[in-house]
Design a protein around this ligand. Structure first.
Ligand SMILES: *Cc1c(COP(=O)(O)O)cnc(C)c1O
Length: 426
């Protein structure tokens, strides 16, 4: 297959994320990837400023992850998880238990973030069923959130960004609190939590759990909000007999500056979802963690079990690589690394605030955002970034970077420089 055939067959037959068919936007064929760089089929090399959607925190083709995969492949790449178990899954579960807040004790492995969210929501519903309160089967969430593309996960996404009207009648109607307005670093105002509290007071007897992304709302707008919101929400959920699910799929494993963003609020959810950077971007793996308090209700409930079991649950290859990735993260001072990235992003993106197209510049951890007044035309700006040797994928009014932690200062400067150059032309 030559390059022209590849591109033409791709256009004819292959869906890409959020793409149109026919007539999709152009895509860039990649031949290989190493460190922070993507190597295109046409020979160009790009610095990946968004870590393949926030996953490859240690870059591509990392020797330690490759070695873990190779070793595991020599044993077995997959076996079913029903009735069988294996070292990679058990060791990874133990590691996740050790690094997350202490009350989280049970790990459910799944294949993607969306499924980890489905599992969390299903566990919350079944928990109340187990406890004889099946009417508690709705969810409270906050606007501007994103939790995945499957139906239950989608029902908790921002209703406008998530185009809920397209699926009305199919999606369960959840309860939406206003998005937090007090930003990370500003003075807390108790009025910010009022809308969340009001829904708990009015609808608490219907609500199984609150679900949201702690401190950083990611795909729903890359917004950084006050940790006190998370702490107060957790407190209010307890008061109103509602479980708390935290979606740490994007924030987990250091991205926000803490290992998990819930640490900013010093709280522990009843259920936590992780994914994305879990395997270092090597392959798809996600997990849902629960406290013993939740898990204990299942054996005594009507079903006697938790009703979920993916075919590829606990895939040994994904677990082995993920364990290597978490061990790698523990092996160096990632906190300082992320803090240095944050300082550099702040320094180098801040001048963009002066540009007429720019509404806001914000940084938290290894996340840098330049928010524009108008939505970007992706078809136009994507090639501009590629021409500058950088891979970024803006959406809506946002140009953002979430670089691999291994990025060097001069490479990060290339990313922020490209952002400034493009923002100037808008
Ligand atoms: C990406 C993401 C998901 C969905 O994960 P997938 O692996 O794409 O299914 C869920 N929640 C958050 C916060 C995410 O960022």
């Amino acid at each position: 297959m030559n390059l022209d055939q590849l591109i033409s067959l791709d256009r004819q037959h292959v869906w890409h994320p959020y793409s149109a068919m026919p007539n999709p936007l152009p895509v860039f064929p990649v031949r290989a990837a190493k460190g922070v760089r993507l190597e295109l089929e046409d020979g160009r090399s790009l610095i990946d400023g968004i870590s393949s959607w926030w996953t490859c925190i240690h870059g591509y083709n990392h020797p330690r992850l490759n070695a873990a995969a190779t070793e595991q492949m020599a044993q077995m790449s997959h076996v079913m998880f029903g009735g069988l178990t294996h070292r990679p899954a058990v060791a990874l579960a133990k590691k996740l238990i050790d690094i997350t807040p202490e009350p989280l004790q049970h790990v459910f492995f799944s294949d993607s973030g969306s499924v980890a969210v489905e599992v969390a929501m299903k566990q919350a519903v079944q928990y109340w069923h187990n406890r004889g309160q099946p009417q508690k089967n709705r969810f409270l969430t906050i606007r501007s959130g994103y939790h995945g593309d499957t139906f239950a996960a989608m029902s908790a996404c921002d209703p406008v960004n998530g185009m809920h009207h397209l699926f009305s009648g199919v999606l369960t109607q959840q309860y939406f609190a206003e998005s937090p307005q007090v930003r990370f670093g500003e003075d807390w105002q108790e009025s910010d939590i009022e809308s969340f509290e009001k829904l708990l007071v009015e609808k608490g007897d219907r609500i199984a759990a609150a679900i949201f992304e702690p401190v950083v709302q990611n795909a729903g707008g890359v917004r950084f909000y006050h940790p006190e919101y998370v702490r107060r929400a957790s407190e209010l959920c307890k008061q109103h007999n509602v479980l708390l699910i935290l979606d740490e799929i994007a924030t987990g494993f250091g991205r926000s500056g803490k290992l998990f963003a819930c640490e900013y609020a010093n709280i522990c959810p009843d259920i936590m979802c992780v994914g994305k950077a879990l395997s270092g971007g090597f392959m798809s793996l996600a997990a849902t963690l629960t406290t013993s308090h939740i898990s204990e209700t299942f054996s005594s409930g009507e079903a006697g079990v938790f009703m979920h079991g993916p075919t590829f649950m606990g895939n040994p290859l994904a677990c082995a690589v993920s364990l290597a990735n978490l061990n790698l993260l523990e092996s160096y001072d990632w906190k300082t690394t992320v803090a240095n990235i944050a300082a550099q992003l702040q320094r180098e993106l801040e001048p963009c605030r002066q540009l007429k197209a720019v509404k806001d510049v914000r940084v938290l951890g290894a996340i840098g955002v330049v928010e524009l007044h108008q939505p970007v035309d992706m078809g136009a700006v994507q090639p501009q970034f590629v021409d500058q040797g950088v891979w970024l994928r803006p959406f809506g009014r946002l140009i953002y970077t979430m670089p691999p932690y291994i990025i060097e200062p001069d490479e990060l400067t290339a990313v922020t420089g490209a952002i400034a150059t493009v923002a100037k032309t808008l």
